[in-house]
Design a protein around this ligand. Structure first.
Ligand SMILES: NC(=O)c1ccc[n+]([C@@H]2O[C@H](COP(=O)([O-])OP(=O)(O)OC[C@H]3O[C@@H](n4cnc5c(N)ncnc54)[C@H](O)[C@@H]3O)[C@@H](O)[C@H]2O)c1
Length: 320
């Protein structure tokens, strides 16, 4: 899997090990601290770790070829802020990187049975670009960011690899992923507010309006179900967690963690993405998979941060 040391990656690693798999972790980073935090201190030593850049075609091909890989979960990417800062490099990592993954799978000539990858709800634009109601799986893409454009390109890349080379794939479109391990990216702010609450610090979420919040373990569950599935085609799925207003999320954190009252806030400016997703296709193909209720996900996140804090292991560098 690629991007194994990231937030979602750490949860997928945990799930793969629990299922008795032997994941090969391909990542540019050299510090698997999120994996240690989510899956356990000893876990990095139980992984085959390949340090490499997804934009390096040969490195990706070697990793898939030399380790007898049978399925690929591709998560390595630059998120919105980095793509905004440097769109050229963002395209290299996100678009060329994804083409490199499919090329490596093609070179493995049938041994790799499928590619599972993270797309994003950023393929869609703001609610004003669509009729009222949750955005359906087949709604037209209207990306408002470079990042979203790159994710559209990846979905289309996957489609062509199915049509021209018969490589089955499943892509997933979460929106605001939250939970332990989430620390970077535009939609990380609700999780950062939860971390600030536990630390007794003030924090202002840098956007407002509504969003679709999904607990990180639910995203990992979808990716793991896809990796185990035998369905063919180039399928793409919306993921849905809970549609909520950011003002209500702040209130829910304060209710669950009363000492944070008055410390948390948000600005009104909404982000240019949907505020609700319809996940009918995912539930039909890989469900039933009821999402974690928002209040439960917030509770679990706060409790996990508290436990880490007590153990002196709560990493809060992004709040500094
Ligand atoms: N977190 C969200 O809310 C969210 C929402 C929608 C989609 N996604 C997508 O899910 C995937 C995983 O997201 P995440 O939240 O775990 O991200 P993350 O930023 O926590 O982790 C990304 C990982 O990719 C690695 N990486 C970055 N550039 C690389 C490169 N050039 N070569 C190899 N590895 C590289 C990083 O080291 C990191 O470990 C991404 O594709 C992201 O676009 C995330």
């Amino acid at each position: 899997m690629t991007g194994a040391f990231g937030c979602i990656g750490a949860w997928v690693v945990r799930g793969l090990l629990a299922a008795g798999e032997r994941p090969v972790a391909f990542d540019l980073g050299d510090d698997p601290w999120r994996v240690r935090m989510i899956a356990g201190d000893d876990v990095p030593s139980r992984l085959v770790i390949v340090r490499g850049d997804i934009a390096d075609r040969e490195a990706v091909r070697r990793a898939v070829g030399e380790h007898g890989v049978r399925r690929v979960v591709h998560l390595a990417a630059w998120q919105i802020p980095l793509c905004r800062q440097d769109p050229s490099r963002g395209a290299l990592v996100n678009v060329v990187g994804t083409a490199n993954v499919f090329e490596a799978v093609r070179a493995a000539a049938g041994r790799v049975t499928r590619v599972v990858y993270a797309s994003s709800a950023a393929v869609f634009g703001p609610p004003s670009a669509y009729p009222p109601g949750p955005i359906r799986d087949d709604a037209p893409p209207r990306p408002a960011t470079h990042y979203g454009v790159y994710k559209v390109a990846n979905e289309e890349t996957a489609r062509v690899y199915w049509e021209e080379h018969g490589i089955p794939s499943m892509g997933f479109r979460p929106l605001s992923v939250y939970g332990p391990g989430r620390d970077f990216g535009l939609t990380a702010d609700p999780t950062l507010a939860m971390k600030a609450a536990v630390l007794g610090r003030a924090y202002r979420i840098r956007w407002g309006g509504g969003t679709d919040l999904i607990y990180v373990e639910d995203v990992a569950r979808a990716l793991l179900a896809a990796a185990a599935s035998g369905l063919d085609g180039a399928r793409v799925y919306n993921l849905h967690g809970a549609s909520a207003r950011i003002a209500d999320v702040v209130r829910m954190i304060e209710t669950a963690w009363p000492t944070a009252r008055g410390l948390l806030g948000h600005v009104e400016e909404p982000i240019p993405f949907p505020d609700a997703l319809d996940d009918t296709r995912y539930q039909k193909d890989l469900g039933p998979a009821p999402p974690t209720p928002l209040a439960d996900g917030i509770r679990r996140t706060l409790d996990a941060f508290r436990a880490l804090q007590r153990a002196g292991r709560l990493d809060a560098r992004e709040l500094a």
